[in-house]
Design a protein around this ligand. Sequence first.
Ligand SMILES: CC(C)(COP(=O)(O)OP(=O)(O)OC[C@H]1O[C@@H](n2cnc3c(N)ncnc32)[C@H](O)[C@@H]1OP(=O)(O)O)[C@@H](O)C(=O)NCCC(=O)NCCS
Length: 148
Amino acid sequence: MTLRPLVAGDLDALVALDAATNPHPWSAGLWRDALNRDLGTGLTDPNGMLIGFTVASRVLDEAELQLIAVSPEHQRRGLGRHLLDTLLATLRHDGAVRLFLEVRVGNTAAQALYAQCGGEIVGRRKGYYDHGREDALLYTFTLNGEAQ
Ligand SMILES: CC(C)(COP(=O)(O)OP(=O)(O)OC[C@H]1O[C@@H](n2cnc3c(N)ncnc32)[C@H](O)[C@@H]1OP(=O)(O)O)[C@@H](O)C(=O)NCCC(=O)NCCS
């Protein structure tokens, strides 16, 4: 398995992988914007097929994880952890102070991954998803020095 930056040529594969893993997948337009703007890392199998990704945005000394996914047939093999640990190490190296993210309260798989990687719950946004139907938990990962 290889990690590499996401590129414009990944668009179709990203749209397909997002559709297979995300109940509310991004449109191709959103993906195009993200590829132009954000920090994207792809995970490929030995044939070069995209099987996972992270997309994060950086503003000053903070970063936000927008999306993380591993293809259903490759889940529970440590790849999500590898992707997130790599992102955290990259941000730490680049001097970011913290990474934060929002996750659906019902997404217990992702929450278990975030806890394993050192994430802490610092808040809850009521009715953040689906027009008020599901809350978000706010996670923070402290990277360099004191957070807050
Ligand atoms: C969340 C996701 C990226 C995890 O990827 P993964 O490669 O399966 O994760 P890992 O194999 O590295 O698992 C790391 C830990 O996370 C937890 N975990 C992962 N999947 C889990 C599941 N289905 N149920 C419970 N815990 C789970 C476990 O603690 C696991 O450690 P363990 O295998 O030693 O018990 C993957 O489930 C996914 O793509 N989900 C759909 C997209 C999504 O919800 N993304 C997050 C919001 S953007």
